[in-house]
Design a protein around this ligand. Structure first.
Ligand SMILES: *Cc1c(COP(=O)(O)O)cnc(C)c1O
Length: 494
């Protein structure tokens, strides 16, 4: 399978090159030339398999340079019982009739990022070896909270790699910050930046685009790569769980073979929902993709009006992993819809220069056929958490609540009651204070004590990885200005 930049199809890359490099040299995202179709009987075959086997099957379609044996070893290590607290890995919980919830937070950091970031540290060094790369791989990560921790945990002490994480100093939850600053491992570094997630992501992208810096690092024996969802190796493991969820519901006889479903995904950088789109392109019977946003509703507007405009107020919300105004992976969707890298490049140039672009009418039609966008604010987020717990005894986090609100709005607006699967992206214990408040707790405990309070209030156990934070010392306290990220990288890679 060949990969191209979203902005230029003249250079082709192999899967291993795409994963090793992380980002195309022209700033575009490396993306498969075409999306493979699932063979006719695939879903039936996959229905009776374990999650790990489904993962090998689906990933093999995209990563043809990796052998089935390699992929099998990777998934067994990534999704084993020492990492995930349920053998189902990504279980589907039926909330009510035709409303299901795909729980993606049973891994070591309690957020969906583990689904890909347990696997990428296996894929990346192997991919680099296949490309003949002998340098140490320095992974730069910009995080809105969850990617950072999941990447640190995945890459810690992986031979031949270093990992540097930048997070917005005032833009992550206390639990997220604590998880990152206590990270163990010899090859890790964590730094706050004075700025928001978009600043962190732009800083990282600028370092990737800096040829002088690349030469300097090469001299020192390093090549840069990315663990953000701009890296194809992040997206491919995410396609798996959409297909797996469908197969699970087939196995449970909740769905009939071929029956259409809608997926609703809480969205920030557009990685997770893009993986659902690729699953649909592969032939999974998905009717609608519902894109859920918080008050940073740039995507809602884009899907409705065809105008992407980041020139707007930035909000810090109680779903911080979605506090994003530049959704990088939208670029891959634009390539899929236009089939024209020159058109994508033009939109991206406009975005960089004016913060805004408008897609053509043809593209807008295609978008709206596949995607619906909804958003909600913090009050509504809390109402949904409360209602879900009171009505169904089901505890959800703030990001998942945004998605349930979007699904409710979609069903009301369209009357479409088809089976729907909501992607649940984090454990409610990761966002304790907001969840407690939503449940009517007037004085949520501070810091880690909130874990016990939420457990007492709901009768649910604190996930072990979060309970364990109490015993861990803070190792990283450094904060840099957003314009000094390059210097920080330079000083860390000596
Ligand atoms: C990262 C994240 C999201 C957003 O996912 P994208 O792939 O960036 O769209 C949503 N919820 C949680 C909890 C996350 O960590």
């Amino acid at each position: 399978m060949r990969y191209i930049s979203t902005r230029d199809n003249t250079i082709q890359y192999s899967a291993a090159q795409a994963i090793t490099q992380g980002l195309a040299r022209d700033g575009g995202l490396l993306t498969p030339f075409f999306i493979p179709k699932l063979p006719g009987k695939a879903l039936e075959d996959l229905r009776d398999m374990a999650y790990q086997q489904r993962a090998v099957y689906v990933m093999k379609q995209f990563l043809d340079e990796f052998s089935v044996k390699e992929l099998t070893n990777f998934v067994n290590a990534a999704y084993g019982p020492d990492k995930f607290d349920t053998p189902a890995v990504a279980p589907v919980h039926t909330v009510d009739g035709d409303t299901h919830c795909l729980e993606l937070w049973h891994g070591p950091t309690c957020a969906f990022k583990d689904m890909a970031l347990q696997l990428l540290p296996k894929l990346l060094p192997t991919a680099a070896k296949k490309c003949g790369c002998k340098e140490e791989i320095a992974i730069l990560v910009a995080t809105s909270g969850d990617t950072g921790k999941a990447a640190l945990e995945g890459f810690r002490d992986v031979p031949g790699t270093r990992i540097l994480v930048f997070y917005p100093e005032d833009g992550v939850s206390r639990m997220q910050k604590r998880q990152m600053t206590t990270q163990q491992g010899e090859n890790v570094a964590v730094m706050g930046i004075q700025g928001n997630f978009d600043d962190a992501q732009n800083g990282v992208k600028a370092i990737f685009g800096d040829e002088k810096m690349a030469a300097e690092l090469l001299e020192k024996g390093f090549v840069l790569s990315s663990a953000n969802s701009i890296n194809w190796g992040r997206l491919v493991p995410q396609i798996v769980y959409y297909i797996s969820a469908y197969c699970q519901l087939l196995a449970d006889r909740e769905l009939a073979p071929g029956e259409g479903v809608n997926f609703c995904v809480p969205t920030g950088n557009f990685g997770n929902i893009l993986a659902a789109y690729y699953a649909k392109e592969m032939g999974l019977p998905i009717d609608q993709l519902i894109c859920a946003s918080n008050s940073n509703n740039v995507l809602t507007e884009f899907l409705r009006e065809g105008v992407y405009d980041r020139n707007r107020q930035f909000y810090n919300t109680m779903s911080p992993s979605m506090d994003i105004l530049i959704s990088s992976n939208l670029e891959r969707l634009l390539l899929a819809l236009t089939q024209d890298p020159a058109e994508v490049r033009e939109y991206m140039t406009q975005l960089a220069e004016t913060g805004r672009y408008k897609v053509s009418g043809r593209i807008q039609d295609r978008l709206q056929k596949r995607f619906k966008g909804y958003f909600c604010d913090d009050r509504e987020t809390q109402r949904v958490i409360r209602t879900m717990f009171e009505r169904h005894g089901y505890l959800i986090d703030t990001h998942t609540a945004v998605a349930f609100s979007a699904l409710e709005q979609y069903r009301q607006e369209t009357g479409d009651d088809a089976p729907a699967i909501v992607a649940s992206t984090a454990s409610p214990f990761k966002f304790c204070a907001s969840v407690l408040e939503a449940l009517g707790e007037l004085a949520p405990a501070s810091g880690l004590d909130a874990l016990d309070q939420l457990s007492a209030r709901t009768g649910q156990p604190v996930p072990a990885p979060l309970a364990g934070l109490r015993d861990k010392a803070v190792r990283f306290t450094q904060v840099v200005e957003k314009d000094h990220m390059l210097d920080a990288v330079r000083s860390l890679l000596e």
